[in-house]
Design a binder for this molecule. Structure first.
Ligand code: GAL
Length: 324
């Protein structure tokens, strides 16, 4: 089975075996159907894309500095795929595999994957799964990883939102419940401690129209023409993030049990492989909201635990609520 659809009165989602991707999320609105996430019309465009549209990335999302980490005193050297670092599981990560449809009901789809690193560098035989559940206006996704021995695992879903269904996200307002953000070096590895967002363009706590901030001359923003940063989430009962398309009023609220949200505003998307409409998306054609562990936690014990072992698997849940 290469794809599966779930549908209710509010939403239809299409997930695909390749990368267990959330390839389409369609809102049924009073004025018709609108695609809310970026995807590919043809799976053949995924292997050469460098944007991970809607894919499950892992075993460890985001960057591992130098592609190296030490576990129980042994150094492991992964295959790098991003300026000397290992990004989103490297060249043979979860997103490159065809997952198996494990279970499907009228409200949920579960894809599973048995994964071992072909280079032999990442320890363990891993079993990953993602369950997508539709519940009214909500999409909930839970990702789990188990392993036969101690290893690292901290995958995430890598969806790009555009609630207008077309164009760029410049007319979207984004709020993120984060008092701090991680600043990065030239190869995008976080440096130092989280930085207070107060008085910077990274202060999204009260909501900012993206078009008003993305061209900021802030030295952290110019290299990526916007955001490509991990926001450190405040534990709160409210949403971790809210995205609103100002023209239509469509809104997406996100809750997660993960400690950070990588916000990537889609620089360079226009050079990528074709999307759902058969042509590449424009630059800033979507904003990736990636609920995950902190980047490079593999080498930063102060960033939280990404180690798992047979008794302590990894499990994370994120909920999206769509209001049309
Ligand atoms: C993001 C990452 C970006 C870029 C993007 C995919 O998660 O932070 O630097 O690699 O994925 O192209």
């Amino acid at each position: 089975m290469d794809q599966h659809q779930l549908t209710n009165d509010h939403l239809t989602i299409e997930t695909r075996a390749l990368g267990a991707s959330l390839n389409r999320m369609i809102a049924h609105t009073p004025t018709g159907d609108v695609d809310l996430v970026l995807g590919h019309a043809d799976d053949a465009d995924r292997p050469t894309s460098t944007y991970y549209l809607g894919e499950v990335v892992g075993p460890v999302a985001n960057r591992i500095a130098g592609g190296r980490f030490t576990l129980d005193g042994v150094e492991h050297r992964l295959v790098p795929n991003d300026r000397g670092n290992t990004l989103h599981g490297g060249p043979a990560g979860f997103s490159t595999r065809y997952w198996t449809l494990e279970d499907a009901t009228t409200t949920s789809t579960t894809w599973s994957l048995a994964w071992a690193d072909p280079s032999g560098a990442h320890p363990g035989e891993l079993e990953a799964s993602i369950t997508y559940t539709l519940h009214g206006t909500d999409l909930i996704h839970t990702i789990t990883v188990t392993s036969d021995r101690p290893t690292l695992a901290a995958p995430c879903l890598h969806p790009y939102l555009n609630l207008a269904g077309q164009g760029t996200i410049e007319d979207h307002v984004l709020s993120v419940a984060a008092d701090a953000v991680l600043f990065t070096d030239e190869s995008q590895i976080p440096q130092g401690d989280p930085v207070d967002v107060s008085g910077t363009p990274f202060d999204l706590r009260r909501g900012v129209r993206l078009g008003d901030v993305l061209d900021s001359p802030h030295p952290q923003m110019t290299p990526v023409a916007g955001f490509d940063h991990a926001f450190v989430l405040q534990p709160s009962s409210g949403p971790a993030a809210t995205l609103t398309d100002t023209a239509s009023g469509r809104r997406l609220d996100l809750w997660t049990d993960q400690p950070s949200l990588q916000v990537f505003t889609g620089v360079g998307l226009s050079g990528d492989t074709p999307g759902l409409t058969g042509t590449p998306y424009p630059d800033r054609g979507g904003v990736a909201l990636e609920a995950q562990m902190l980047p490079n936690a593999a080498n930063r014990p102060d960033f939280g635990r990404v180690r798992i072992d047979p008794e302590h698997p990894s499990r994370s849940t994120t909920r999206w609520r769509v209001t049309v």
